[in-house]
Ligand binder design. Structure first.
Ligand SMILES: *Cc1c(COP(=O)(O)O)cnc(C)c1O
Length: 475
């Protein structure tokens, strides 16, 4: 502890309360971070100059930084801290599990109570027909696993030629090579000369930006029918699966028109194509249902889970597999896929405790009936008079706010991404975490948020959006 200065006054003194780490000043932390840490999805050259914000603790829906600022977390971390921060019961479960059985694998004819209990519990909370689960450590690995399952399924049923997977532009499926390939983020593909083959992308159901003069319902059908056209082009005998997020999260909280998913499902069934739902954000209560596809009324063959599965307390991902696919997989013999930490006992134990909080606390019903509607209504009322906000998409406790130059004609800014960042800077300065994705501002708070905390979140969001509109001369 020789390099630790314990007696300096100031807020940083409480930064490492747990005693796990030495106390340092913010500047010291920033310097060490810049010296040794490469951040995800970041421009390290410019970040190292400005310095990262050091987050030191959290409770409920609030974060604290090393300067003592209290910040309301409108994004639940990265869409994942569904049960809120500071849950002692999750910490205790992890602690006990680490002492009892911190690790054992499930590869070689072994299993353990946490993974057994988790699978049983997931079968209870998942939609009818989902009784089998495969585990991994993240959403990206979940989608890698989906790809492996899809290929194994078609091999097992004697149609190995079905190998193309269709996904959407501006979809997000993670950042492993397969996840990034399945996703439709052009800026990621540009840095990926090696992509997974046999993946093709169709257009997204983004009515505000791309619907032109069609009604949302017409546009939803049109974009779904691009799937049919692509299947016919590739030959249905060559197409294995379609994968999509029920609503696009990282792409900007884009909610498809109501006509979209029923048509996608019809087309998948007609051509015998697996329908894979990426529920990494939508799962575990975000829209007020256990899974977001239930909100949109379709029935997938696989469900990718991560984020809310453990509320981010420890990493874990999973794939739910419906009976049709699971039966084929089980009959097919060896499945040559697995991860050292598949079904990790500590993660599984935390997931069980997390799901019990979601279920026994009535949290998801509360999102559906109380806080979700209140959040959606408050946001719309607060932003009604701001011409910069062209559309608010969302359900439950997730929302995407479209920035627009002209609401009536749905005209988007040529430099929309810059305006999003301008707004995000105001959020940063006002101790609000609200994310910008291009020209859309996103909110996705912890599901435990109360009505009065929603009032605070919405009024801060309004303040920052109003400030941005004023700078643009729109208010
Ligand atoms: C976050 C996310 C992923 C990737 O999950 P990681 O845990 O970051 O690998 C995949 N799909 C969707 C829809 C996501 O939002």
């Amino acid at each position: 502890m020789s390099n630790v200065i314990d007696n300096r006054p100031g807020v940083y003194a409480e930064a490492s309360q747990s005693g796990n780490f030495a106390r340092r000043t913010t500047a010291e932390w920033q310097a060490l971070d810049a010296a040794h840490h490469i951040h995800p999805f970041s421009d390290m050259g410019s970040l190292n100059k400005s310095g990262s914000r050091v987050i030191t603790k959290a409770e409920g829906v609030y974060l604290w930084d090393s300067e003592g600022n209290k910040i309301i977390d409108g994004m639940a971390g990265l869409w994942c801290v569904n049960v809120g921060y500071g849950r002692k019961e999750l910490a205790e479960v992890a602690y006990k599990q680490m002492l009892e059985l911190p690790y054992y694998n499930t590869f070689f004819k072994t299993t353990h109570p946490p993974v057994i209990e988790l699978s049983n519990l997931l079968a209870e909370v998942s939609p009818k027909g989902f009784e089998h689960f495969f585990y991994c450590n993240s959403g990206s690995e979940g989608n890698d696993t989906v790809l492996r399952i899809v290929h194994q399924y078609w091999a097992a049923v004697g149609k190995p030629a079905k190998k193309y997977v269709i996904s959407r532009k501006n979809g997000y499926h993670g950042s492993t090579i397969a996840g990034g390939s399945l996703g439709g983020m052009g800026y990621m593909h540009e840095q990926m000369p090696s992509q997974v083959g046999n993946i093709v992308h169709i257009n997204q159901p983004y009515w505000f930006g791309e619907g032109e003069d069609l009604t949302p319902e017409e546009f939803g059908l049109k974009r779904a029918q691009e799937l049919e056209a692509k299947i016919l082009e590739l030959g249905a005998e060559n197409v294995a699966a379609f994968i999509g997020e029920p609503f696009q999260g990282a792409g900007g909280v884009i909610f498809p028109p109501s006509t979209y998913w029923p048509e996608i499902q019809r087309i998948c069934r007609k051509y015998d194509i697996l329908l894979c739902a990426d529920e990494v954000i939508g799962g575990f209560g975000r829209t007020g249902e256990w899974f977001a596809h239930q909100h949109f009324g379709f029935e997938p063959d696989t469900i990718t889970m991560a984020k809310g599965l453990t509320s981010g307390y420890v990493p874990m991902g999973a794939v739910g597999i419906n009976r049709k696919v699971a039966d084929a997989l089980i009959a097919a013999g060896d499945f040559n896929h697995g991860l050292t930490y598949s079904g990790h006992p500590v993660a599984a134990a935390v997931a069980v405790a997390n799901i019990k909080i979601l279920r026994e606390g009535g949290l998801i019903d509360n999102v559906k009936n109380v806080t979700g509607p209140y959040f959606q209504k408050s946001l719309r009322e607060a932003l009604d008079g701001n011409p910069l906000v062209g559309e608010i998409a969302g359900q439950g406790l997730v929302a995407g706010m479209q920035l627009t130059e002209d609401k009536a004609t749905r005209k988007r800014f040529a430099n929309g991404g810059d305006i999003g960042l301008q707004c995000r800077d105001h959020c940063f300065g006002n101790n609000l975490i609200m994310r910008a994705t291009g020209d859309r501002m996103l909110l996705s708070p912890p599901l435990v948020i109360t009505k009065s905390e929603i009032d605070e979140l919405v009024s801060k969001a309004k303040y920052c959006l109003d400030l941005t509109a004023k700078e643009l001369g729109m208010l």
